[in-house]
Design a protein around this ligand. Structure first.
Ligand code: HEC
Length: 189
């Protein structure tokens, strides 16, 4: 006769997805690669770690609704939102905020967590994203209640097109100009 504990353990392993999300180590540096290999929706990119890309794209396309578990969203190569399992973090609606360092060698996770994660410019991810209008599941885009980021659409395109994890592509002149402006802005003390 198997003990109750063994039966319980077996049930945990048999229930779909449970084992997969048991440890934070499920998400590691190998989870992330070239941003442009994800699926573009308007200006940002999405994927789904659990194979349910269609459900993720449906919410993105609608611009409203709750993202399914496993959804990954990126606007720039270094900042990621991952929809974790239900109950992971009620305050962030189960989003995990992640900051990456990216190079031609791949990705490194420099920060990950929920309400406490701060980007390299000192901005708290949650503090901005929580301001997104109700029904948007903390996804900002433009004009939906979040504090704006100081990047023009051309700058964002240029940053996406120069992700060092991707095959290089030629930049149109306006994006080359946008990168120059960005470098100048970052060089200011
Ligand atoms: C100053 C406020 C602010 C901070 C801080 C901030 N974001 Fe955002 N984020 C925005 C805005 C606004 C957009 C939409 C910009 C656009 O579409 O032009 C955005 C876009 C995004 C997107 C694309 C989906 C969306 O919401 O439009 C992701 C993913 C994201 N941010 C993750 C992060 C992560 C992770 C951090 C922290 C490491 C972070 N952000 C910090 C305001 C912020």
């Amino acid at each position: 006769m198997p003990s109750i504990a063994r039966v319980a353990l077996l049930l945990i392993f048999l229930s779909p997805g449970a084992g997969l999300w048991a440890a934070d180590s499920t998400i590691d540096e190998k989870t992330f690669s070239c941003i442009r290999d994800m699926t573009p929706v308007r200006g940002f990119f999405v994927s789904n770690l659990q194979g349910d890309l269609e459900a993720t794209v449906a919410v993105s396309t609608a611009g409203t609704g709750t993202y399914p578990q496993g959804s990954v969203i990126q606007l720039v190569p270094t900042e990621v939102m991952v929809k974790r399992e239900a109950g992971f973090s009620p305050a962030t609606q189960d989003w995990e905020f992640i900051e990456l360092e990216v190079s031609d060698q791949g990705s490194k996770i420099s920060k990950r967590g929920t309400v406490e994660v701060v980007n390299r410019f000192g901005g708290n991810c949650f503090a901005c994203h929580v301001k997104a209008n109700p029904g948007r599941d903390m996804v900002c885009e433009q004009g939906n209640g979040c504090d704006p980021i100081p990047l023009t659409p051309d700058m964002i395109r240029a940053i996406q097109n120069t992700d060092p994890r991707c095959e290089p592509v030629a930049l149109p002149p306006e994006q080359i100009e946008a990168l120059k402006q960005l470098q100048a802005a970052l060089a200011k003390p």
